[in-house]
Design a binder for this molecule. Sequence first.
Ligand code: PEP
Ligand code: MG
Length: 548
Amino acid sequence: MSERLRGLGVGTGRVVGPAVVVSSSMPEPPPGAAGAEPAAEAADAAVALQWVAGRLGEFAATATGEAKDILDAQVLFAADPGLAADVAERTGAGVPAARAVFEAFGRYRELLGSAGDYIAARVTDLDDVRDRTIARLLGLPPPGVPYLDEPGVLVARDLAPADTATLDPARVLGFVTAEGGPTSHTAIIARSLQIPAIVGCAGAMEIAAGTRLLVDAGAGVVVVDPSESQIASAGSHPNRPHHDTGRPGATADGHAVALLANVGGPADAAAAVAAHAEGVGLLRTEFLFLGRDEEPSVAEQVAAYADVLGPFAGSRVVVRTLDAGADKPLPFLSLADEANPALGRRGLRAMQDPPDVLDRQLAAIATAARSCSAVTWVMAPMVADVEDTRWFLERARGHALDVVGVMVEIPAAALQAGAILELADFASLGTNDLAQYALAADRLSGPLGRFQDPWQPAVLRLVQMTADAGARQRKPVGVCGEAAADPMLACVLVGLGIGSLSMSASAIPVVRGQLAAVGYDECVRLAELALGAVSAVDARAAVADALR
Ligand code: PEP
Ligand code: MG
């Protein structure tokens, strides 16, 4: 008997294949000192840690974007001298190498777990380094994706960057994970590799290896052990991109929708150019500030911004001012500890008192803009109300930046978009944070992934209110959260009145292809269907059905 499991679909493809279960946990090495030769155990542990650092370093060298950042951080964990000293101390006391590694990582784990949400989310990355080291010491296969000798659907609790760094996209038909939301690592990877996926799928861990699965990403459904007739009626089509025309974004009947790229560093800017992005819809300037103990100088900022603006002569580049705090901690700002950082001094709020960091950044953006011929717009993150809007507009215009907008990522700003857009020149919806705040669900929480979903009709209503306000004020309103990278949702957003979509460059060809396949009136109808649905799952399923 076949069984249907529901989750969040990533992509629109449908695939059928055997389940390949990815084991994520390594058994705990038993305690016990008997027979352990301290010097040899210490040497084994040190060699294993070095080997793991080397392997992860190799993965990092071929990875890009967020996966690369995580892998680089994992290399630092594996090569950490404090950790090595802790392991050596334990082996010196007669603990076998694998157990000493387990215990030493355990201590780091506790430290990380109590260091705030962003860092706590890195615990999985730390565990992955621990398990790789233990596997090496015990001669076991490393955790993660096994070698696939035939095409299959990967089933896992969640996938780590190191898992996906080695996978062969030609043999992976789809992903099904128990945890994760639309902005999780698995979803980002699935989107960039164009592999249909279902994330946040309760019940995934009960799927036995080898069971045949039908993954219908568009409907957010996994059919376990489907019948032949279910397979035949679903049809199978992986969501590989169509040939990319590189044309400006538009619906089939010519309604223009600017397709822009989200850029979080110089490599992304090159990818944006290669994907024929019509500009940059979100330049996350944090890349220059993250992990620094000191603020980068104005000259360094000017050079970095000019590098991104340079290739976009004549096109729009929307520079977002620093979005610090909560999931993006910045050491040099030394923000006070807060019980709820996501509801605290983050984004624009972290820049207001005193405003000197923001002033230096605006000065740098203005100087870079004058030196290039990109059309430079500037916007602030986490704008809550008219007062925030007025404050930011005044500061940015004081630096002779003349197109100044706000990000709408707090529900209050969407509800008051009319008043805000009377003042601001444009608005850009950050649907990642908008979903987090509308559904009161931490964007980094795996178990709450179901709420972190821009298909939630409540989020779509906030998008609609903002788009309507933009239409009334004749001011552009775009989307720059992950929502824009979902080709079906892109149609819905266009139907809601959104004029530009900004996404990771890898998603642009697919979104372009999907938009070119529907008329504008159809987008409006899809938007009505999604808004009328009672849940994110129903909204996605209704739109997938209509597009079929
Ligand atoms: C968002 O919140 O949707 C967004 C685009 O900004 P970030 O993901 O950088 O917070
Ligand atoms: Mg945001």
